[in-house]
Design a protein around this ligand. Structure first.
Ligand SMILES: Nc1nc2c(ncn2[C@@H]2O[C@H](COP(=O)(O)OP(=O)(O)OP(=O)(O)O)[C@@H](O)[C@H]2O)c(=O)[nH]1
Ligand SMILES: [Mg+2]
Length: 273
């Protein structure tokens, strides 16, 4: 199984080289067939230059320059349009995610035959380092809201760092989000459309260089839009977009049309490790 890793990059000159190198070294050491796609988006610092130099020395790295319109979601979507692996992870450039966790996600995806591996920073075995308090509070509130309205046990939908099989990415298209709200569109659509997932405790470390690009006030209404969209799909679509065969983990993409609706996610138990 080939693993693709999509890394959106915006003004990360202080950390992008370390992030890419460390990821590539760990994946190579674990003998995982892989590619890394860095999607640089309108960076005004040296990120593009650093990525270009890295791409010369690392065969596994492909770099894209995102054209306007810009945005986190559009950049990730560019990666999701062009990856070549059997599974794809969204991974942060700022060093907040770890290659060891990604390897664990990949191992779980294969050994459990699930469609997605979702990390949680809030389980026994998880670790969160230097999460700013106001962000942590907002995060817990947002995740509690999502859990209640979707009836989920999973408690970290909002973190972007997740791994999906190709059939899931194909099955959750077309994407709607241009911005950070893509981080909830992907997992919520995967859940609502009946893809299976395992929940794995993971680590999150606050960035040591650069500045946060997430503008919570600006993004709030966009997050709400995509959450409500997924909720309406769940309530009103009568299963039109659900995958055809929920029991086959690696089945092909969901097609629109009528087919048997699988067991409701609420009744299903995500595999907690
Ligand atoms: N391509 C692209 N990448 C972006 C954009 N905005 C943010 N990113 C990247 O997305 C990732 C997450 O952005 P962060 O600024 O770390 O957001 P955050 O994790 O909510 O904030 P922190 O608390 O600072 O970590 C990083 O890899 C950024 O470089 C964008 O507009 N385009
Ligand atoms: Mg970050």
């Amino acid at each position: 199984m080939k693993l693709s890793v999509v890394i959106p990059v915006h003004n990360e000159e202080g950390c992008i080289a370390d992030t890419v190198r460390s990821l590539a070294n760990h994946l190579a050491a674990a003998r995982v067939d892989h590619e890394i796609l860095a999607i640089n988006d309108n960076s005004s610092d040296r990120s593009a230059e650093i990525l270009a130099a890295l791409a010369h020395e690392m065969a596994c790295l492909r770099c894209h320059e995102s054209s306007p319109p810009h945005g986190f979601g559009l950049a990730v979507r560019k990666g999701l349009e062009s990856y070549s692996g059997d599974a794809v992870a969204v991974y942060m450039a700022d060093g907040s995610d770890t290659p060891d966790d990604l390897l664990r996600f990949f191992e779980v995806l294969q050994s459990r035959s699930v469609d997605c591996a979702f990390g949680s920073r809030f389980l026994r075995g998880s670790r969160v380092i230097d999460y700013p308090l106001h962000k942590l509070l907002l995060n817990r509130l947002a995740n509690a809201f999502i859990r209640v309205v979707f009836g989920l046990r999973y408690n970290d939908v909002t973190n972007a760092f997740k791994l999906y099989r190709r059939c899931v990415i194909d099955g959750v298209k077309p994407f709607l989000s241009h911005h950070f709200n893509l981080t909830v569109e992907l997992p919520l659509k995967a859940i609502v459309r009946g893809y299976s997932y395992a929940v794995v405790p993971n680590q999150w470390i606050n960035r040591k260089t650069g500045v946060s690009k997430l503008r919570i006030q600006e993004m709030g209404s966009r997050y709400l839009f995509i959450i409500l969209y997924c909720l309406l799909e769940r309530w009103l679509s009568r299963g039109d977009y659900r995958r055809r065969n929920p029991s086959a983990a690696a089945a092909g993409p969901v097609e629109n049309g009528s087919y048997r609706v699988g067991e409701d996610e609420r009744k299903r138990t995500a595999a907690h490790l």
